[in-house]
Design a protein around this ligand. Structure first.
Ligand code: SF4
Length: 329
């Protein structure tokens, strides 16, 4: 039996906007075990980033409504944690690498000041110790000329170097859970491959769990233990990598896999696309959120919401086509 580190249960999240209330996330259920890499995949606008930010309540306070459900970290419900408790967890027990390093770093502060900040707050006030750790981690993520990098401002470094700095910064407190949101999108494929190796090393050496967010199914298949597929504010399928890639069930997952170009096809083969676009939260259908784009939709799909149907291998699918599997919630 694997140890669960984070468990999100029946979670609903709304955003208050000028025109009313938007139901951003609906009935989210997934867990991350210790030393596990779970990837969240889906097209842009499916709610992956909001879901990851909601875990440590990083969404704008006045507009966010954590409507119901639980986010359990070590069995403590983070939705009930007070601000000092959350401040102790964020950047310390749970840390983030964001998609765009330029906007996640302060342009007015040197790298040294920014990379040391979480360490000095959560671990030790010994700056010398912090610099040693920063250099160790920067070397680990493949950076060189470390003293020079530490004394640079963000605008003096390239996107690839900054992203590695952000990864090193996220590791300064040895988090138990690293949330990496499209961390390789600013990097070329060679550096991408190095980072995939790095994430595997971190899991092995530090026993870290990783929530990896991406729209790229081929990338996540090389990094993850399990994959959760997200569509329009819901997790529609979740299983181990092998099952998602080779035995997908949900029509959306099948369609996503169909959009990946194969390496060895003739030049005339046509790349598949998914017709239509992801609905915005104000236009979520009453029934299955994928119903307007699904090639297998039935009459009931437009008006009834499917539940999660789970098979004996714990392959979970939110689709009526799999109704009748032995377990559902
Ligand atoms: Fe398609 Fe219906 Fe399944 Fe939704 S519930 S994915 S519309 S078949």
């Amino acid at each position: 039996m694997m140890d669960t580190l984070l468990s999100i249960q029946n979670f609903y999240f709304n955003l208050h906007v000028a025109g009313g209330i938007l139901p951003i996330l609906q009935n989210i259920n997934f867990a991350i075990h210790k030393k596990e890499i779970l990837s969240l995949v889906g097209e842009s606008g499916c709610g992956k980033t909001v879901c990851s930010l909601a875990i440590t309540k990083l969404l704008p306070d006045k507009r966010s409504e954590y409507q119901s459900g639980k986010i359990l970290f070590h069995n403590e419900n983070l939705l009930e944690a007070d601000p000092p408790e959350m401040a102790h967890i964020r950047g310390n027990k749970i840390s983030y690498v964001f998609q765009d390093p330029f906007s996640s770093l302060n342009p007015l502060k040197k790298i040294k000041e920014q990379i040391l900040e979480p360490f000095l707050i959560h671990v030790s006030t010994n700056e010398k110790e912090g610099i040693e750790k920063a250099k160790f981690l920067m070397d680990k993520v493949g950076l060189s000329d470390l003293s020079q990098r530490l004394n640079s401002y963000p605008n003096q470094l390239s996107g690839g170097i900054l992203q590695r700095v952000c990864i090193a910064m996220a590791l300064m407190c040895d988090p138990e859970l690293l949330i990496a949101d499209e961390p390789t999108s600013a990097l070329d494929v060679t550096v991408q491959a190095q980072l995939v190796d790095l994430f595997h090393d971190l899991r092995e050496e530090r026993g870290m769990s990783i929530l990896f967010i991406s729209h790229d199914l081929s990338l996540v298949s090389s990094i993850s233990d399990r994959i959760a597929v997200m569509y329009a504010g819901e997790i529609v399928e979740e299983a181990v990598v092998e099952d998602i890639i080779h035995h997908p069930k949900h029509p959306y997952t099948k369609a996503l896999l169909g959009t990946i170009p194969a390496l060895h096809t003739d030049n005339d083969s046509v790349l598949q696309t998914i017709p239509g676009v992801v609905p915005t939260p104000d236009k979520y259908p009453q029934g299955c959120h994928f119903s307007a784009r699904c090639s297998e939709a039935m009459e009931r799909c437009e008006v009834e919401k499917p539940l999660d149907y789970t098979d004996k291998k714990m392959h979970k699918t939110r689709c009526f086509l799999y109704e009748g599997y032995h377990d559902s919630n």
